[in-house]
Structures are given as structure tokens and as C-alpha cells.
Write a protein of this length. Structure first.
Length: 156
């Protein structure tokens, strides 16, 4: 019963924050979704630090692909959202790279998510280039309060 209430209040708080922010592609339909393709522990699904607001159709398209720095061609299939998907890789928009990096680095640190050395270096650079905004810090504080633990990449 306690988990139900925690999830309910987390959901309500997150939805209130999400409603106040614009979505990258201008589509009001959001999906709080997993960003990862490499799950191997049931505990990871209980974590909230790998959840992010993401458009449902972009999420479905990028679900199993690793994020990369640059995809040649710049073909945009998602309107104004600066995101490309090609060759089983996706290029996230520059202003979302830090969010993705912090989630991946957290899951690597806490659960040993299988990342290569190159991926870790890229994600650390993205984390430094795109620091958390006030809104991201507020959302993380809600997640930390509900979950009981903190993502150190938001505490720095």
C-alpha cells in the first residue's frame, strides 16, 4: 500500500511539473519512459533516475538504440525536435544530452550498467556541457524524496 501512495504522489508531482514545461517537438502527448536498452535487474525498474519525459513516438523509435554524438545527414523526422535516428543509433538534441548522460552514468555507477569506456567519456562530457537546469533539479528532488536516494550527478 505504501508503494501505491508513493507512486501516486510521485506521478501527481511529476505531471504538475511536466504540464508547466514545453515539449521539444511541440506535441503535448508525453510519455514518462525508460531511456535504456540494457536492463538486467528488477531493481532498476523501481528507480526513477532513468525515467524522463519523452514523446511517445520518439521513445518507440529510439528505445533500443544507443545515443551517439553525431549522425551525418541531419534528416529530421520529428518536426522541430533536433533528433536523428539512423543505423540503429540515435542522436539526441544538444539540450537533452546532459539529461541522458546523467541517467546513464547513474545506472552505471549504481547497477553496473554495461557501458564502454568511450560511452562513459562521451556521457561525462555531455554532463559537463549540459548541466542540470533548475527545473531538472526540482524534478530530481521530487524523485529523490519519493525514492529515498539521490543521483550524485544532480548533487554536484
Amino acid at each position: 500500500m505504501l508503494y501505491f501512495f508513493k507512486d501516486f504522489y510521485y506521478y501527481r508531482a511529476t505531471r504538475l511539473i511536466e504540464r508547466r514545461h514545453s515539449i521539444d517537438a511541440g506535441n503535448p502527448v508525453t510519455n514518462t519512459s525508460l531511456l535504456f536498452r540494457k536492463f538486467f535487474s528488477p531493481f532498476e525498474n523501481a528507480e526513477r533516475d532513468h525515467l524522463s519525459r519523452f514523446l511517445a513516438r520518439i521513445y518507440r523509435a529510439a528505445l533500443h538504440y544507443p545515443p551517439v554524438e553525431e549522425i551525418a545527414g541531419e534528416e529530421r523526422k520529428y518536426g522541430t525536435c533536433d533528433m536523428e535516428i539512423a543505423g540503429k543509433r540515435f542522436e539526441p538534441p544538444p539540450h537533452r544530452r546532459g539529461d541522458i548522460a546523467r541517467a546513464y552514468l547513474y545506472m552505471k555507477e549504481v547497477y553496473g550498467a554495461p557501458l564502454t569506456g568511450g560511452e562513459v567519456r562521451t556521457f561525462r562530457r555531455w554532463h559537463e556541457e549540459d548541466p542540470p537546469t533548475e527545473d531538472e533539479l526540482r524534478i530530481h528532488a521530487l524523485k529523490a524524496r519519493t525514492q529515498g536516494n539521490v543521483n550524485p550527478y544532480y548533487a554536484q
